[in-house]
Structures are given as structure tokens and as C-alpha cells.
Design a protein around this ligand. Structure first.
Ligand code: KG4
Ligand code: ZN
Length: 339
């Protein structure tokens, strides 16, 4: 069964072809970094217009790279939640057009659930039950995959996403976007124990995350209470920007690693999968490797499957179709992710 997967939930236009259950034949991504760079963040109207201009070409490229045509497709899967509403609409409209024109089934996919199962495309031996951490610029969530049909969210951020926090701290430190890579590059030269930044833990013992307090702590540290001091510089305390970067990074990855291992322990999982853009972070990989108990395998999908991509959507779509889930042309988008 050949499944076309489409994702336009945020600022990447992506399409992929998967031979079910797990073989990725193509995975095309058109990024929009250049279009949003001048604005210091993603501009939703620009994102949806760019998706509309690019989606046909990206789908065509995915088909050509897979060596197939629209006629060969057996199903279409598309992200319909959560995300930017105007962006989601473009992908869903494209998917409906293909499904209607070719008379093939259409299935709507939850973007986070797609991230959660993405690693299965690269690891044939990865089977439920497993636990997944998805950490990117838009989400920070822990899931238990008890079976392909039973994905349970164990906890999510109550405010900022981990990657978003890296991006905001990069602005405070005068570093370029995306903030994750630039903060972690600077952190290599710094002392992670120089400043003890706060680490959130939910009072009710749940596995939720929070990063806005940490972001504010970095702001106040650099610019004083209220964030008003002009020079974002604490050389006066003998603490360099590299020390701040390293201490901040340690605070984020400490929490991500701890909560993920706690989730894996609670679920009795054999595998912990880490996905999303923040999975590229070396310090996170190092801490997880160091702290993982014997018997727990920590797995990181390759970068193309960590970032937003169509292959993970096709994979999740194939799983839903196999379980008999099917949508019709009335499929709607849900920006918040609620059904
Ligand atoms: O998954 P992704 O490419 O896009 C979405 O957010 O959907 O994730 C991008 C996020 C950005 O916030 C970026 O700063 C962060 O992932 N990121 C990192 C690293 N590389 C990318 N964060 C920490 N360390 C990294 N090495
Ligand atoms: Zn994503």
C-alpha cells in the first residue's frame, strides 16, 4: 500500500511517500526560514501563502522521487491538527483534492502523534510499548505508545516549548536563530554549573513541563529584576555569556531527560524515543545515555524524521488506516489539537 503523507502544520511544506507499513520512499521538505527571518518569528499569513504556492510542487517532487505517479497511490494522510489554522487548511485542501481526484481513502493525522511514531520508520524492531519525548519549537510532550491504536499523552508543556525557550534565550544572548544550535555551540565553552537556573517539576507529580519561568530567570539574570538593565552582560559577576548558555542548556535538558526517564520507568518501557528539533541537542543525548538504566534503549530518529515531515504523517496515517480509521471530505482542521 502506497501512502502519500502531507504536513503543512507550521512553516515547513512537506510531502512523502511511504510503502506501508514502514518503508519511506521519499520525504520532501520545503522550509521557509528565509521568509520569516526578518520578523523574528513565524508570520502565519506568510506561512499559509507560501504553503499554497509550494504544495503542488512539493507533492510532485515526493511522487517523482518515489518513482510513482498519483495513479499508484492507495491512500492520502494529512496533518489536520494541531498547528497554524491557515497552514493546516492548505495541506488538508491538497490532500482532499488528491483523495477526491483519485478516489482513494483520506485520513487525518494528529501532528504530535506523527512525531511520536516517526522513529518506527527507521527501526524495524521498534514496537509498542515504548515511550516518546517530542521536543521542538512548537511542542514538548511525553507519550506512552501502548499499542499502535493506543497513544496516551503522559504530560506536555503548560507554557513554552523547549525549542521556543532556546530560541528566546538566543535573542537575549544576541545569538542568531534558530536558537537551539547557536546556544548549544556557545555552551560548549561555558560552565554548566556557573548559574543554578530553576528546574520545573509539577507539584501534583504529573509529567508536565514548564519553561517560561526558566526563560524569565535568564532574562532577570542578564538584565536585572524587571529585565530593564541595558547591558545584557554579567562579566561583573565573573559569568560569561558562554556560562549562561551552558547553565541554561543544562537546566532544560536536565528536566527533559529526567521526566522522560521517569515516564519510561512508570510505563516499564524498553525503548525511549526522542524526536523533534531539540533531539539534535548533544547535551540531551549525552545526559540520556549517561542516566538511562540498563535495559532501556534510547533512540533518536535521523534529523529528517525529527523535524516536521510528511513521512511521519504517512506512517501514522498507514497505522490508522490499518486499524480501520478513515475520514471523508468533511475532514476539518483543529488548530488547538482538540478533536
Ligand atoms: O522540529 P523543528 O525543526 O521544528 C518545529 O519546531 O516544528 O524544531 C525546531 C526547534 C527550534 O526551536 C530550534 O531552536 C530547536 O528545535 N533546536 C535545538 C537544536 N537544534 C534545533 N534545540 C536545542 N539544541 C539543538 N541542537
Ligand atoms: Zn512538529
Amino acid at each position: 500500500m502506497l501512502v502519500l503523507g502531507i504536513d503543512t502544520s507550521c512553516d515547513d511544506t512537506s510531502a512523502a511517500v511511504l510503502r506501508a507499513p514502514r518503508e519511506v520512499l521519499s520525504n520532501e521538505i520545503a522550509t521557509q526560514y528565509d521568509l520569516h527571518a526578518a520578523f523574528g518569528g513565524i508570520v502565519p499569513e506568510i506561512a499559509s501563502r507560501a504553503h499554497a504556492e509550494r504544495i503542488t510542487l512539493v507533492v510532485e517532487r515526493a511522487l517523482v522521487k518515489a518513482g510513482i505517479t498519483l495513479d499508484d497511490l492507495d491512500a492520502v494522510a494529512v496533518t489536520h491538527r494541531p498547528g497554524l489554522v491557515g497552514s493546516l487548511i492548505v495541506g488538508v485542501a491538497a490532500a482532499k483534492a488528491v483523495a477526491m481526484a483519485r478516489g482513494v481513502p483520506l485520513v487525518g493525522v494528529d501532528h504530535i502523534e506523527a512525531h511520536v511514531v516517526a522513529a518506527m520508520a527507521e527501526h524495524d524492531d521498534l514496537e509498542p510499548p515504548f515511550v516518546a519525548l517530542v521536543a521542538s519549537g512548537g511542542h514538548t510532550s511525553l507519550y506512552a505508545v501502548r499499542s499502535e491504536g493506543d497513544l496516551a499523552c503522559l504530560g506536555a508543556t503548560i507554557d513554552d516549548a523547549a525549542g521556543e525557550c532556546f530560541d528566546k534565550v538566543a535573542v537575549l544572548l544576541g545569538l542568531p536563530q534558530p536558537g537551539g544550535p547557536s546556544v548549544s555551540r556557545l555552551a560548549v565553552e561555558g560552565d554548566p554549573a556557573a548559574v543554578r537556573f530553576p528546574r520545573y517539576r509539577a507539584k501534583d507529580g504529573s509529567l508536565s513541563f514548564s519553561f517560561s519561568g526558566l526563560k524569565t530567570a535568564v532574562l532577570y539574570f542578564l538584565k536585572g529584576p524587571g529585565g530593564k538593565r541595558d547591558a545584557p552582560d554579567r562579566e561583573d559577576l565573573g559569568v560569561s555569556h558562554a556560562d549562561v548558555a551552558a547553565s541554561f542548556q543544562r537546566a532544560v535538558v536536565d528536566v527533559l531527560a529526567d521526566r522522560s526517564l521517569e515516564a519510561a520507568a512508570r510505563e516499564g518501557a524498553r525503548d525511549l524515543v526522542v524526536g523533534g528539533g531539540v533531539a539534535a541537542n548533544r547535551e540531551l543525548r549525552r545526559l540520556l545515555a549517561e542516566r538511562a538504566p540498563e535495559g532501556l534503549r534510547v533512540r533518536f530518529p535521523s534529523p529528517a524524521l525529527c523535524v516536521d515531515n510528511g513521512a511521519m504523517v504517512a506512517l501514522r496515517g498507514a497505522q490508522l488506516l490499518a486499524a480501520g480509521r478513515l475520514d471523508d471530505l468533511g475532514l476539518d482542521v483543529s488548530p488547538t489539537g482538540r478533536a
